[in-house]
Design a protein around this ligand. Structure first.
Ligand code: NAD
Length: 256
């Protein structure tokens, strides 16, 4: 049932978005990759996934800190049966020292962009008579940590918006849900391991187990493949009555 459907995955030239895009292409979906850059490498990545999977994969540049560009991404795609709002950034500072520009950028990219893409995509989904909206929130959409005020505010915000979109589409064959990952192994996280080892003077295993994954009871990172599988499940017919909720992929973090 997914063959021939088009999925837009925002912020998908690396990390979780890329993992979801790869899973979608492997399942036969047409996929739109996106980020704010417009490098040869971005377009080559789309061509590589297309060659690997036989799916139609395109890269569309859009800086999602800008609402018009977020709406433009959906319009340029021309179709949107599945929308994955994944693009996100982080900044860590106490609230009294939090730079206003960082606060504004995090709210714009992690929250406002999903408002704009959803607003642009819903009419297309209604016309097609089917749709899936999947917002990549975080364990920080359900709980908090110090020094992450903008990120936690944006992630709680997107969980709230997900519920409203679900209610506004409740009687239609459209669902809206949020996936809440704990720590996921991405290139960014991998790059933090050597620094953490050095800072705490510990080996790789200790750095991961006792420093990075203190709040993740499983003591294991989730993988981008697992996030891709969760997103695909939400697209399946089995998930047609799952709407307005969150699915945690966090090794037990939010059970603590
Ligand atoms: P990442 O940095 O690898 O990916 C972020 C993506 O967003 C990249 O493709 C980046 O180019 C894109 N992006 C950033 N600013 C953009 C902009 N202005 N316009 C368009 N695209 C932009 O990080 P990731 O870990 O894969 O994170 C993806 C999502 O998952 C984020 O929303 C993040 O908050 C969330 N998340 C990540 C983790 C984790 O442990 N990695 C945990 C919970 C939630």
């Amino acid at each position: 049932p997914l063959i021939g459907k088009t999925a837009i995955v925002t912020g998908s030239n690396s990390g979780i978005g890329l993992g979801i895009a790869r899973s979608f292409a492997a399942a036969g979906l047409d996929v739109i990759l996106n980020s704010y850059t417009d490098d040869d490498a971005d377009h080559a990545l789309a061509a590589e996934i297309a060659a690997e999977t036989g799916a139609a994969v395109r890269y569309i540049q859009a800086d999602l800190s800008d609402g018009d560009q977020a709406r433009g991404l959906v319009e340029k795609a021309g179709a949107c049966d599945i929308l994955v709002n994944n693009a996100g950034i982080q900044h860590v500072a106490s609230i009294d020292e939090f730079p206003t520009a960082k606060w504004d950028a995090i709210i714009a990219i992690n929250l406002n962009s999903a408002f704009h893409t959803t607003a642009a995509a819903l009419p297309m989904m209604r016309k097609a008579g089917w749709g899936r909206i999947i917002n990549i929130a975080s364990a920080h959409g359900l709980t908090a940590s110090p020094y992450k005020s903008a990120y936690v505010a944006a992630k709680h915000g997107i969980v709230g918006m997900t519920k409203v979109v679900a209610l506004e589409t409740a009687e239609e064959p459209i669902t809206a849900n949020a996936i809440c990952p704990g720590y996921v192994m991405t290139p960014l996280v991998e790059a933090q391991i050597p620094d953490t080892m050095e800072k705490y003077g510990v080996d790789r295993e200790t750095a991961i187990r006792d420093v990075m994954l203190t709040r993740q009871p499983s003591k294991a990172f989730a993988t981008t493949e697992q996030l891709g599988g969760t997103a695909l499940f939400l697209c399946s017919d089995h998930a047609a009555q799952i709407t307005g909720t969150t699915i945690s992929v966090d090794g037990g973090w939010t059970a603590l």
